[in-house]
Design a protein around this ligand. Structure first.
Ligand code: ATP
Ligand code: MG
Length: 721
């Protein structure tokens, strides 16, 4: 058995008070890195070891599966035995468990099925069509958003106030029909999981009594990001007697767009009686410079509870600012700095790169690969593995080579062309019998009229479309082809229709793919063996996607969005793309509420860093195929200048046009912006900028005939004209 003394020596006074509290309800409201998660873990161990509480009476809720696994491990480590019997999980995983165990009471068949967002969308479309409504007026994605928002708020169709106008009555009707459909089919969407679990307990007094009797101790991490129904679920289980401990930080609330409400943490004391509040003010994670920077930024938010955070650690290194000429220069810098860190003996997994938007990963990935640095995209996919990117590439592969069966299979019905499994199987069978590619089989099927009339029309249109992409294999500029594919296949429209947040990410990724296509330059080797630019591009992409895929034993640099970095910590953090319009995000700049959420996101980002923080921005960036000048993010200026070392650029004093010093002495000193050069393949062009150092120096040239290209200085063999 664990000695309670051993437990408490690892906690400070305030933490000890929280861990050993005998208050019924407790709220730990404290800033980043002050040990909130640690308090929860130690509290569980304390309850078991000192108070003799049964593991069966513990219910601990966290935000992600990773956090739940981490919590389980940390408890087991402290207790020196597996954390059996306790329920530790995310809200969804706990809800799923309850629904499975009590499916009858919940009104679900034993083998009920979970509907993911895509399935839900499809079902909603069907309901709209069953009701003979026009999809143009009742846009399925908006209806989906409406239903989920209501469910997150715990509101059923029959509880929505009907104002009698056409709009609300119809939405209520669709919601009701959709729910009826789900019930008949035993289908449960994500929001439903939580709502139904809540109702399961609410409507079954004996069951509620059972669980209220069981979970004597309920603990919730990241409480600032709970939505209405999650908060009601906890309240219900708490009943009159159970003990609830919630921990969180109002400054880290970053999910308002998903229904999270900061009010739950602010109003906790009003909803629960006898709440003791604990403040943790010592930060154990970061150096004082990092902490001061974080505090200075968040201070600019109006709606705050306000907290003080201090650290016993030294000042540490200043925050490193790097103003890049462009996003290319930015990612080259990040990769070079990481290489230096790794060369100095630091493991890759001690380093994280955080960005606002998913699409920013592409260039970072490209530069890490160039430097042979192992990396992992956490909580997401590598750029070229993302669905929308693979869809476009599948079309392009088919255009490049009609017999690419993998590409064919992927897009024959994406976006949907109304082809059923039966038609697709007919094509597959035909291919097998005749030993030909799917493309040839499809043509055989059309000629022999074996498909249904409807399927025939649809696939004939598909064949025409692919044939019409008139790709000239000698072309070096791939952008027009990709652009054409994204528009004409309907992929852009297809992704546009997803729920707003998802659609935004996918469209940003598609635009980034266009950037990649435009700036692509085939390697000398590929050129020598006569590869076309397109073939070379596709080959490089396959290599990149396949390379170093999740080799578990290697300590990898972690890439992730700021949202998925919540709760995590890393000794070295690169916060990239700090520009107005990117971070704060374009969609949030005008709205004061949203701007404050962006700032909280920035606070989350800064406070992930333990030892050293790099913040980078680019003064120009290609967005939607156009190079635009970018202003440094307002958040950069909110950090006091004395905490900052500016490696390149100066955001505090110097006017923008003289912001940069000249390129350091480099082996490519003869090249500089404005100079006219000539290239073997692309002809003449003007140098726009240089980035990177030494052998990694890259030159961006605007060619008169072939658009903008980024070339490796070492291999480009540019002649000065
Ligand atoms: P966040 O707001 O980012 O979720 P948090 O408040 O949950 O942060 P923790 O992750 O629990 O903070 O703790 C931050 C770091 O400080 C961890 O590495 C943790 O182990 C360490 N830490 C916390 N309290 C102490 C302590 N009393 N002694 C030593 N280390 C501590
Ligand atoms: Mg935490």
């Amino acid at each position: 058995m664990l000695s309670t003394h051993k437990l408490l020596i690892n906690l400070n006074e305030a933490q000890t008070a929280a861990v050993t509290t005998d208050a019924q309800h407790s709220l730990v409201l404290a800033g980043a890195g002050s040990g909130k998660t640690r308090v929860l873990v130690y509290r569980i161990a304390w309850l078991l070891a000192a108070e003799g509480v049964s593991p069966y009476s513990i219910l601990a809720l966290t935000f992600t599966n990773k956090a739940a696994a981490e919590m389980r491990n940390r408890v087991a480590e402290l207790l020196d035995k597996p954390a059996n019997g306790m329920w530790i999980g995310t809200f969804h995983s706990i809800a799923l468990r309850l629904l499975t165990m009590h499916h009858k009471e919940a009104g679900l068949p034993k083998n009920f099925q979970i509907l993911d967002s895509e399935d839900q969308y499809r079902l909603i479309r069907r309901v709209i069509s069953d009701l003979e409504l026009d999809e143009k007026q009742w846009i399925p994605r908006s209806v989906q958003g409406f239903i989920n928002d209501k469910k997150n708020d715990g509101i059923r169709a029959n509880e929505i106030e009907d104002f009698g106008d056409d709009n609300s009555s119809t939405l209520i009707q669709i919601y009701q029909h959709y729910d009826d459909h789900c019930l008949r089919g035993g289908l449960v969407d994500f929001a439903e999981m939580l709502l139904r679990t809540h109702q399961l307990l609410l409507n079954n007094p004996p069951l509620l009594e059972h669980y209220q009797g069981r979970f004597g101790a309920i603990l919730v991490d990241e409480f600032q990001d709970t939505n209405e129904i999650q908060s009601a679920f906890i309240r219900l289980l708490a009943g009159a007697k159970n003990r609830v401990m919630v921990v969180g930080d109002d400054d880290q609330s970053i999910y308002a767009w998903r229904g999270a409400k900061i009010d739950h943490i602010i109003g906790f004391k009003d909803v629960y009686a006898n709440v003791t509040q604990y403040k943790l003010e010592q930060n154990y994670r970061s150096t004082n410079n990092i902490l001061k920077a974080a505090n200075a930024v968040i201070k600019n938010n109006a709606k705050r509870l306000g907290k003080d955070l201090w650290s016993e650690q030294s000042e540490g290194e200043p925050i490193q600012y790097y103003g890049a000429y462009s996003e290319y220069d930015e990612s080259a810098f990040v990769a070079e700095e990481i290489e230096k860190l790794i060369d100095s003996g630091i493991d890759g997994d001690q380093i994280a790169i955080l960005y606002r938007s998913n699409m920013q990963s592409r260039l970072l990935e490209e530069n890490l690969l160039k430097h042979n640095i192992d990396y992992k995209v956490y909580g997401g996919l590598r750029f070229f593995e993302r669905m929308e990117i693979k869809d476009v590439l599948a079309y392009v592969r088919l255009i490049n080579n009609r017999h690419d069966d993998v590409g064919f299979e992927r897009i024959i019905n994406t976006p949907t062309r109304g082809l059923g499994a039966k038609t697709i199987n007919q094509i597959r069978n035909c291919a097998q019998i005749n030993q030909v590619s799917l493309w040839d089989a499809l043509n055989i099927c059309i000629n022999n009229k074996v498909l249904s009339a409807r399927a025939s029309t649809s696939v004939a249109a598909f064949v025409n479309m692919i044939d019409e992409f008139d790709y000239n294999h000698d072309k070096e500029d791939l952008n027009p082809l990709f652009d054409d594919v994204i528009e004409r296949t309907g992929l852009r429209d297809h992704y546009q229709k997803e729920p707003p947040e998802k659609a935004l990410t996918r469209l940003e990724n598609l635009d980034e793919l266009l950037n990649a296509a435009e700036t692509f330059v085939k390697s000398e080797e590929d050129d020598q063996i006569g590869m076309t630019a397109l073939a070379s591009f596709l080959a490089q992409v396959s290599l990149e996607a396949g390379e170093r895929s999740s080799d578990k034993d290697v300590p990898c640099v972690q890439l992730m969005t700021l949202h998925s970095a919540k709760g995590l910590e890393f000794p070295y953090v690169f916060l990239v793309g700090l520009e107005q319009g990117l971070f704060p995000h374009q969609n949030s700049m005008e709205d004061p509420e949203k701007l404050q959420e962006e700032r909280r996101l920035c606070y989350v980002g800064i406070t992930r860093a333990e030892k050293q923080l790099f913040m980078t921005y680019a003064t120009s960036r290609r967005i939607r195929g156009r190079t635009q000048g970018c202003a440094p993010s307002r958040f950069l200026r909110e950090v006091p200048q004395d905490l900052v070392h500016q490696i390149q650029g100066n955001i505090f004093t110097t006017p923008r046009n003289t912001m940069f010093s000249n390129q350091e002495s480099s082996p490519f000193a003869q090249y500089s912006p404005g100079i006219l050069v000539s290239h073997k393949i692309f002809g003449e062009g003007t140098i726009i900028e240089l980035s990177g150092q030494g052998d990694y120096t890259q030159i961006m040239v605007e060619f008169q005939q072939h658009g903008t290209k980024i070339l490796a200085a070492k291999f480009a063999k540019l002649d000065i004209v």
